[in-house]
Ligand binder design. Structure first.
Ligand code: GUN
Length: 284
């Protein structure tokens, strides 16, 4: 039997519609919402993501400011821009698109963002807050995965959840959110032994490794829910996820497609975080 397709476009539209309503209500009372997006260099994938973020801002009634810096930008120049944005009361959220060119210090830049404007939730102080379950912002991609499951009434409590990948951006916070939602969580990575056997135990399997078609049907338990965070470009130019979608669809009970699954959710959750930042900064 073919799996239920978890449609990120539908869920993200619903989230953005809610955000737009709240943004409008705030602006009617005189409070505007604004996201500053910083992009350094000319990575084509980053350019697409940034354009999509700006489009989503438009849909939600959030003002977006783009700062496109050349690939020769220095750490000092980038840090100085972040400082300026931290101090600008018109700016509620700051997003520095990653990855940065190799000569720039990503960690230093992330830590320089005011945690109250850190709508990616990458700053150590926001990461720490997530760990203790008392957060203002959730990182957009894991939050998007949780939101899809909420929309489709997928129960996480007591479920065996396996996350493939341990990045700071997705794998680690994903594990934490599933844990907060009372899942029993296993985090796997490139050094994990018996990966297939571990994945086969999962009721909920989240793939975030960045390898095209890495998760094959023999790694998935019959009836599992499969969430594919991967966005990989094949040699033929087509996008594909970390999951062998066609074959895994025959085994899973529900699955996110790529594109149109977790990707649109990430951006919708960014809008939600920008709204939250605006409310926090204006005490509303
Ligand atoms: N690059 C890929 N995903 C993201 C993200 O969620 N935020 C930022 N800032 N950069 C990214």
């Amino acid at each position: 039997m073919s799996a239920l397709v978890l449609d990120g476009k539908t869920v993200s539209s619903a989230v953005k519609e809610e955000v737009a309503k709240e943004v409008k209500a705030l602006s009617d009372k005189g409070t505007n919402s604004c996201l500053a997006v910083v992009i350094v260099g000319d990575d084509p994938a980053s350019r697409v993501y940034v354009n999509n973020k700006k489009k989503a801002c438009e849909v939600c009634g959030i003002k977006s400011l783009e700062y496109a810096l050349s690939s020769s930008t220095t750490n000092e120049e980038l840090l100085s821009l972040v400082k300026e944005l931290n101090e600008n009361p018109e700016v509620n959220g700051i997003l520095v698109q990653l990855p940065l060119p190799k000569h720039l210090d990503e960690k230093l830049v992330i830590e320089s963002i005011d945690p109250k404007k850190d709508v990616d939730a990458f700053h150590a102080s926001n990461v720490g807050k997530i760990m203790i379950g008392e957060y203002d912002f959730l990182p957009c991609t894991p939050a998007g995965v949780m939101e899809i499951m909420k929309y489709y009434n997928i129960e996480t409590e007591g479920k065996d959840c396996v996350v493939i990948g341990r990045s700071n951006i997705v794998g680690k916070p994903m594990a934490m959110l599933l844990l907060h939602a009372n899942g029993t969580v296993t985090v796997t990575h490139s050094k994990t032994k018996n990966l297939k056997e571990i994945c086969r135990k999962a009721d909920i399997l989240v793939a975030a490794i960045g390898k095209a078609n890495f998760v094959t049907a023999d790694m998935v338990k019959e009836g599992a829910v499969v969430l594919d965070v991967g966005i990989n470009r094949l040699d033929n130019g087509k996008l594909c996820g970390d999951v062998d979608y066609i074959n895994v669809s025959e085994v899973a009970s529900a699955i996110t497609p790529v594109p149109g699954g977790v990707g649109p959710m990430t951006i919708a959750m960014l809008m939600k975080n920008t709204l939250k930042a605006t409310k926090l900064q204006n005490n509303c």
